[in-house]
Structure formats: structure tokens, C-alpha cells
Ligand binder design. Structure first.
Ligand code: FAD
Ligand code: NAD
Length: 466
């Protein structure tokens, strides 16, 4: 078997792995990245990017359908809009292709050696790769970085296959399902469930807990709940998915009272979480300390074995692309001798539902749990000129700050386009801003950002526009 040596060997070319490899190469570290499938990983190929592209198509089609109604309030009239789903999927793949091609080009430009093939661990310093074409290769390294990501959780009663699909297949459905049943009202279930409803499918959502997006506070999810009702997405809350019915064309659902009924389903999207990808490549032979199903890491992303590092989804929650990237950049710098640790003031979380939901930092309940006296205020988008002028008056911005010195602890927002406010929220937390700082900044008019300033003023009892 051919053998080669490198300083840093990265397994996995998703956002965590490719960012780590690029940064390491920039710092002059000989770096090899092994990817068994497609560069860009889950995020670029079957996650963040294609899902947001599909949501965009669905939003545009939904708007066209609304304009077909004689009562469309903004005066645009459209006759019988239709959708060419095959073209929509081609466009979506085009977006994916541009970004994954860009990742390949960046890796090349920075001098990262990319090996295409599945990696199997030999020990903490050696990995065997089976390239799709070409000879098997043994790569020896000084540092091994695990960035193998995650896979969808399968329900024993609904194994993937046939009508039962994961998010991967749900991004590419064609023709559109007549009846789509979504199991799990979390990020994936609601982002994709709303998109397919807007594309014309009948959508039912089966959720084990008593409300949608249970990871977010209830007030924040109310505008999303209102959209689900308006769109006619049927919710089955507190219910469990029991498996396919005898004829295989429906999902058996059990209510909290143990009643059972069948929902018609030509597709069932199971979106009940993802689990770290820790098996199938001999990782277990390293006997690393684990945190549940995830690889246990410290604040520098070190595992329990010297010079074996882990980043991104394989290290557990929060399983978000920007966390993986930030960890990857940090590990590369530590390997290059920099002093770094992973201690962001906050990691933003955004759910790209209709409307969007953003949380950064603490809620008032979180502060209370930490025995911190906090003040909190909300500002509704119904009092914001920009929101009203783009038909986005549902929702609000909320700020949480320490009562004693007004240091900002957290932000929450729900509304059309609020994902773009996450940058301002993160800056204020990372820079240790107080309510007075944000309240004193001149915000451009008319923008959603004015609601950020107003809510800071409101928390101090001196909002102008409410
Ligand atoms: P991954 O992106 O999963 O990459 C891991 C890579 O490792 C894969 O390419 C895999 O092929 C490769 N690999 C694994 N084992 C081996 C091996 N033995 N040999 C060689 N290669 C191997 N996050 C957000 O922040 N925002 C979003 O909007 C968002 N939307 C999402 C939508 C969907 C539908 C899904 C499924 C996820 C979404 N996520 C989102 C989550 C995001 O995709 C992940 O957090 C992110 O991709 C994690 O990056 P990673 O580098 O840890 O792993
Ligand atoms: P999730 O954890 O967001 O939601 C899973 C939902 O399924 C929860 O509401 C849970 O109560 C429910 N559930 C669990 N078991 C169930 C059962 N047996 N029957 C019915 N309901 C059940 O998980 P997800 O939506 O699969 O997403 C996985 C991960 O992918 C997320 O945690 C996130 O890290 C990432 N992601 C992020 C984004 C984003 O950042 N916008 C988008 C999509 C995915």
C-alpha cells in the first residue's frame, strides 16, 4: 500500500473540515483532507444551502399564488401561476454546484491536498483511504482532525426507504407529494414542511411534544404557529408515529389518549433529529471519551487522545454549520501554535420558517436560572415602518439585559427577514454592549434594525415609536 505523511489530516470535507484545512494551509501547515462523498458535506450538498434554495422557490411560488387571488392587497394580479419543479430542482442544484465548486477551488488555491475516498482509522496517527478510483493509500499524520458530521436519526417503526424519507430525499421530491406527512416539528420538519405546503402539497405534522419548535420559547413560536394555521398545515401534537398502515399508503398515528388513526401519506419525512457520525470508519478503536453519542471535546476541541481533534456535528449539539466552521478555524490555529480556545459569547440559531426565528444568547428564563436579575422588553414589527412596507408586520424583537448594569445577555426575534439581524445581535454580545450603547446608535431608516434600537430603548423605559 502507498504511504504518505502529512502534518494535519482532516477526515470530512463539510463546513468544519474544509474551513480547518484552508486555515491550516494558509498558516503553512502541510494538510490533507479526505472526503468520502462530496466536498461541502451535509451543509452545502443536502442541508443548509439546498433547503434555503427550496424555501426561496416555495416563497416565490406562494407569492405568485397569492397574486392570483382577486383580493391580493398589494395590487399585483397574476393568472394561474404554475411551477416547473424539475427546473426548480435544477436551479437549486446549480446553487449547490457553484458553492461546492468554490470550496474545491479554495482548497486547491491554498494548497490543501484533497483525497477523494472513504477513510478508515488505523490508529491515532494513521488512516487508510479507499479512493473511488486508484490505489488504496495509507496516510500518516502528526494531527488527526475528525470532522465526519452527522446522519439523520431513524425511527425503528419507520425505517428509511420507499415512502419514508429523510431530509436528503425531501429536498428533491418530484413530482410533488399529494400528501406529505412530516414526523418532527423541529428545524427540518417545519422548514421543509412549510416549503412543500407552499409548493402545493397537503402537509400534516406529527410531533411528540405538545407544541411546534419545542426548543424555542412559546411566545417566539406563536407567529410560526399562525402561519401554519393560515397555510392549512395540519398539526398532530403530542402524538407518536407508529409505522405504516397495512396497505403501506398511510401513517398510523397514536394520540395522547392512545387512540389510533391513519394519515394518508405518499411521502413521510422523518425529521426527529440527527446523530453524530461515529461509526463505520473504525473510530471506536481509538476508545475516545464520548459525551453520549458524540465525541467528547474540551474548549480547544481536543479529544481524550493527544493530537486527535474533533469539530462540528460529530461533537454533538448545537449541530450548526457556523459552529463547525468556527471550531475548524480555531483547531487549525492551535495546530499552528496560536493560543486559542472556543468560547464565543453566543452561537446564533436561526430557524428559516415563515416567519424566521432567531435566538442569540440568553432568554429571561435562562438568566433567572443563573440567578441573574434581568430586564426584558419586546418591540413589535407592527410598529416598524420597514416591516409594514414589506408585508412583514408579524413578530417582534426581544432583548434581555442585566438589571444592574444593562449588559445585554441575549436577543430573540421572530419575523420576516430577521435572520439578517443575527449579525447585529452577535456583535452586541461579543463586544459587551449595554442597552445604552445600542439605544444610542443611529440606525438607518427605514430598516428592521430600528426595532433593535427601539427595543433597547424600551427596556430602559424610553422607546419613541411605541
Ligand atoms: P458535515 O457537513 O456533515 O460533513 C461531514 C463530511 O464528512 C461529509 O461530507 C461526509 O461525507 C464526510 N465523511 C464522514 N465520514 C467520512 C469518512 N470516514 N471518510 C471520508 N469522509 C467522511 N446548519 C446551519 O447552521 N444552518 C442551516 O440553515 C442548516 N440547515 C440544515 C438543513 C438540513 C436539511 C440539514 C440536514 C442540516 C442543516 N444544518 C444547518 C446543519 C448543518 O448542515 C451541519 O451542522 C453542518 O453540515 C455540520 O458540518 P460538519 O463539517 O460537522 O459535518
Ligand atoms: P430537531 O431536534 O430540530 O427537531 C426534532 C423534532 O422531532 C423535535 O420537535 C422533537 O420533539 C420531535 N420528535 C422527536 N422524536 C419524535 C417522534 N418519535 N415522533 C414525533 N416527533 C418526534 O431535529 P431536526 O429537525 O431533525 O434537525 C436536526 C438538526 O439539524 C438540528 O438540531 C439542527 O442542528 C440542524 N438543522 C439546523 C437548521 C438551521 O440552522 N436552520 C435547519 C435544519 C437542521
Amino acid at each position: 500500500m502507498k504511504t504518505q505523511h502529512t502534518t494535519l489530516l482532516v477526515i470530512g470535507g463539510g463546513p468544519g473540515g474544509y474551513v480547518a484545512a484552508i486555515r491550516a494551509a494558509q498558516l503553512g501547515i502541510p494538510t490533507v483532507l479526505v472526503e468520502g462523498d462530496r466536498l461541502g458535506g451535509t451543509c452545502l450538498n443536502i442541508g443548509c444551502i439546498p433547503s434555503k434554495a427550496l424555501i426561496h422557490v416555495a416563497d416565490e411560488f406562494d407569492a405568485a399564488c397569492r397574486f392570483a387571488s382577486p383580493n391580493a392587497s398589494i395590487g399585483i394580479r397574476v393568472r394561474e401561476p404554475s411551477i416547473d419543479l424539475a427546473q426548480a430542482h435544477r436551479w437549486k442544484q446549480g446553487v449547490v454546484g457553484k458553492l461546492t465548486g468554490g470550496v474545491g477551488a479554495l482548497l486547491r488555491k491554498n494548497g490543501v491536498q484533497v483525497v477523494k475516498g472513504f477513510a478508515t482509522i488505523v490508529d491515532g496517527k494513521q488512516v487508510d483511504v479507499r479512493p473511488a478510483d486508484g490505489e488504496p493509500l495509507r496516510i500518516q499524520c502528526d494531527h488527526l482532525l475528525l470532522a465526519t458530521g452527522s446522519v439523520p436519526v431513524e425511527l425503528p417503526s419507520l425505517p428509511f426507504g420507499g415512502r419514508v424519507v429523510s431530509s436528503t430525499e425531501a429536498l428533491d421530491l418530484e413530482p410533488k407529494p399529494q400528501h406529505l406527512v412530516v414526523v418532527g416539528a423541529g428545524y427540518i420538519g417545519l422548514e421543509l414542511g412549510i416549503a412543500w405546503r407552499k409548493l402545493g402539497s397537503e402537509v400534516a405534522v406529527v410531533e411528540a411534544t405538545s407544541r411546534v419548535l419545542p426548543a424555542y420559547d412559546e411566545e417566539l413560536t406563536q407567529p410560526v404557529l399562525a402561519t401554519l394555521k393560515k397555510l392549512g398545515v395540519v398539526l398532530h401534537l403530542g402524538c407518536s408515529a407508529e409505522g405504516l398502515n397495512a396497505t403501506g399508503d398511510g401513517l398510523r398515528v397514536r394520540t395522547p389518549n392512545a387512540d389510533e388513526y391513519v394519515l394518508p401519506a405518499d411521502r413521510i419525512l422523518v425529521a426527529v433529529g440527527r446523530r453524530p457520525r461515529t461509526n463505520g470508519f473504525n473510530l471506536e478503536s481509538l476508545r475516545l471519551d464520548m459525551a453520549g453519542r458524540a465525541v467528547k471535546i474540551d474548549e480547544q476541541c481536543r479529544t481524550s487522545m493527544r493530537n486527535v481533534w474533533a469539530i462540528g456535528d460529530v461533537t454533538g449539539e448545537p449541530m450548526l454549520a457556523h459552529r463547525a466552521m468556527a471550531q475548524g478555524e480555531m483547531v487549525a490555529e492551535i495546530v499552528a501554535g496560536h493560543r486559542r480556545r472556543f468560547a464565543p459569547a453566543a452561537i446564533p440559531a436561526i430557524c428559516f420558517t415563515d416567519p424566521e426565528v432567531v435566538t442569540v444568547g440568553q432568554t429571561a428564563e435562562d438568566a433567572l436560572r443563573d440567578n441573574v436579575q434581568a430586564v426584558s422588553a419586546t418591540f413589535p414589527f407592527s410598529a416598524n415602518g420597514r416591516a409594514l412596507s414589506v408585508e412583514g408586520s408579524a413578530g417582534f424583537v426581544r432583548v434581555v439585559a442585566r438589571e444592574d448594569n444593562h449588559l445585554i445577555l441575549g436577543w430573540q426575534a421572530v419575523g420576516k427577514g430577521v435572520s439578517e439581524l443575527s449579525a447585529a445581535f452577535c456583535y452586541s454580545l461579543e463586544m459587551g454592549a449595554r442597552l445604552e450603547d445600542v439605544g444610542a446608535i443611529v440606525h438607518a431608516h427605514p430598516t428592521l434594525g430600528e426595532a433593535v434600537q427601539e427595543v433597547a430603548l424600551r427596556a430602559m423605559g424610553r422607546a419613541i415609536h411605541i
